[in-house]
Write a protein that binds this ligand. Sequence first.
Ligand code: KIV
Length: 282
Amino acid sequence: MSKAVRIRSITPPEIAARKGGDPIVCLTAYTTPMAKLIDGDVDLMLVGDSLGMVVYGLPSTLGVTLDMMIAHGQAVMRGASRACVVVDLPFGSYEASPQQAFDAAARVMCETGCAAVKLEGGRAMAETIRFLTERGIPVLGHVGLTPQSVNVLGGYKVRGRSREEAERIIADGVAVAEAGAFGIVVEKTIEPVARELTARVSVPTIGIGGSPACDGQILVTEDIVGMFPDFKPKFVKRYADLGVELQRAVQAYASEVRARSFPGPEHCFPSNLQVATSSSTG
Ligand code: KIV
């Protein structure tokens, strides 16, 4: 009798143990089909609040709600079996107090079955990260450019260009690690900051516009496959042009439908059944 092999998911402690080892491969996923497609090749799958822009066409991540994150977390969990699935806490769901963060994170963990949550912020969030981790919720930190603070930062430009800001980002990362985060996303900082932070903390850093010295890398999956042909940020490498390919396929379909060359005989269901014609029904 053959036995079904249940693939075990990678856990947050296993991600933490990869510090200084083989690079940790991370990508975003928001849907079941995408999770199924990438599960075999990534160590960590992030249900990022970037879904606000990528899936919903919002101008920033600020309009993303906890219910949206939970719905997409559930979808991704239906498609992932190997990767460690982490779900973002959206803006407004965790910053007010550790208790507010616990309530939001507990909902995410219980209702999706994911392995951990991610939240943005450095020293200001250290108490909250400690509160969550001491109560059974693994947390992935996020420092450097923190998109939920876009209005305070004044845009999405590279962080850490001044010595003061570089030191602040490193202090933020150190505080997040000391508070118990199992890893830290380091977004869009000058390379020496990401490198120095990686050297200073005992948990893995996951870079996005960071440094090859980071312990892992993350990007938005739609960006690396070219789903948005006009969006070409410096820190993204494009490995395919699926947006252009998709438009080509849709144009071919549209012209075949217009020319009545689709559907062809191979797409129809032949039968000997005689069906009354419109002239015999009146
Ligand atoms: O929301 C997101 O997708 C992210 C990453 C790309 C780091 O936070």
